[in-house]
Design a protein around this ligand. Structure first.
Ligand code: FAD
Length: 363
């Protein structure tokens, strides 16, 4: 008999399992995939560390989390400075003075502010994402850098998307291409797998094992379950399915040293079907002879696909609240991580929440 069955060998499950085993608890970790790490999993292709489930850049303002994760790997100085390609023209992201210089030829913050101010339609209550975006950054930035990308990402027109999806659109009036404002940022040298491997060192791990393949057995294999799969699936979808957006990743190995000169390039034109091309070697300043790129195509989620982004609109949140009521009644089950709590969470948040959870539960 185990103290904990942990369903999911992603970051939440691994941090929890690590803390529990440090506390002397016996843990069994299962994952339906044939590898550990959840969406942080990396593969070695031609000596390049490839982020199999999309670019994962670690960033946080939380010193405790930063110190914690640095116990498991050395991080490099990678700084995320993505580019946007719109009809073959390149723009710096996030929207900053370099972007405005390219858009309008302006060289001073005052001139950029003046143009944005002129283009903003000051809508007091934007009815949809299009109105919201224009009210925040004006028409040029919206048309060239937001509209096509967002419509591909969500599979719907911006005028049919709710305004709340974009609460803020950070605009920087400095020549600063660093995407994040956080104090700490980087990529673990050699990828994320080593972190998860070290975290799970003292646990039993069974891969290729779906909790639902033998639910009644797994429900009685441990005193408590930490469940990081989809909460609606746990309850047999009894209140209906929660919706997600999905992605498909199409990797290619190319016989060139340097394909696009940057790790992340967003494609913001509507007529290009993918949203991003990731060139993985640039996460680690790679010098290999070949390069590996991944094209990201957004797609609808249907049961069986990988669920990536929860659609936290009113309809889904109302369904989720019903599952939350059921979860409250499952006294021996803790729902954690992005699928267990139906939220988009960055890695640092997952670590912070798993540490708090372990602190409360492991005595
Ligand atoms: P997951 O990593 O999804 O792990 C859950 C695990 O549970 C999976 O391995 C799954 O196979 C397993 N599982 C589910 N159901 C079952 C079952 N029935 N039985 C057995 N196992 C099951 N965060 C950042 O901080 N920076 C980034 O740059 C970043 N980029 C991202 C890009 C993309 C495309 C996506 C989707 C996410 C990104 N994230 C990023 C978020 C990051 O991936 C998450 O914060 C983190 O991986 C969540 O960890 P988790 O353990 O909650 O979930």
């Amino acid at each position: 008999m185990y103290d904990f069955l942990i369903v999911g060998a992603g970051l939440f499950g691994a941090v929890f399992a690590h803390e529990a085993s440090l506390g002397g608890k016996r843990c069994l970790v299962i994952d339906k995939r044939n590898h550990i790490g959840g969406n942080t999993y990396c593969e070695d292709v031609e000596g390049v560390t490839v982020h199999k489930y999309g670019a994962h850049i670690f960033h946080t303002d939380n010193k405790t989390v930063w110190d914690y994760v640095n116990r498991f790997a050395d991080f490099n100085r990678y700084t995320n400075s993505p580019l946007a390609n719109h009809n073959g023209e390149l723009y710096n992201l996030p929207f900053n003075m370099n972007t405005f210089y390219k858009l309008w030829g302006v060289t001073t913050p005052e001139a950029a502010e003046e143009i944005i101010e002129r283009q903003r339609a000051i809508a007091t209550a934007p009815k949809n994402l299009e109105e919201q975006a224009i009210s925040l950054v004006g028409t040029d930035i919206y048309e060239k850098l937001i509209k096509g990308y967002t419509e591909k990402q969500w599979g719907r027109k911006c005028s049919d998307l709710p305004a709340f999806i974009i609460n803020r659109l950070p605009v920087r009036f400095t020549f600063d291409n660093n995407y994040f404002n956080d104090r700490y940022q980087g990529i673990p040298i050699g990828g994320y797998n080593q972190i998860i491997e070290k975290m799970l060192e003292k646990c039993d791990v069974k891969l290729g094992t779906d909790f639902f393949s033998d639910e009644s057995r797994y429900k009685h294999i441990a005193d408590k379950i930490v469940y990081t799969g989809m909460i609606d699936e746990y309850f047999g979808y009894c209140h209906g399915e929660l919706e997600y957006r999905s992605l498909s990743f199409e990797p290619e190995t190319l016989d060139v040293r340097n394909f696009q000169g940057n790790a992340v390039v967003n494609y913001t034109s509507a007529d290009v079907p993918y949203t991003r091309i990731i060139e993985h070697k640039h996460f680690e300043f790679g010098t290999q002879d070949k390069t590996v790129v991944t094209y990201e195509y957004p797609s609808e989620w249907v049961r069986g696909n990988e669920p990536y982004y929860p659609v936290n609109d009113e309809k889904n949140m109302s369904v989720y609240s019903k599952y939350l009521d059921l979860a409250d009644k499952e006294k021996n089950v803790i729902f954690g991580g992005r699928l267990g709590t139906y939220r988009y969470l960055d890695m640092w948040q997952v670590i912070a929440e798993a540490l708090i959870c372990a602190d409360l539960v492991v005595s």
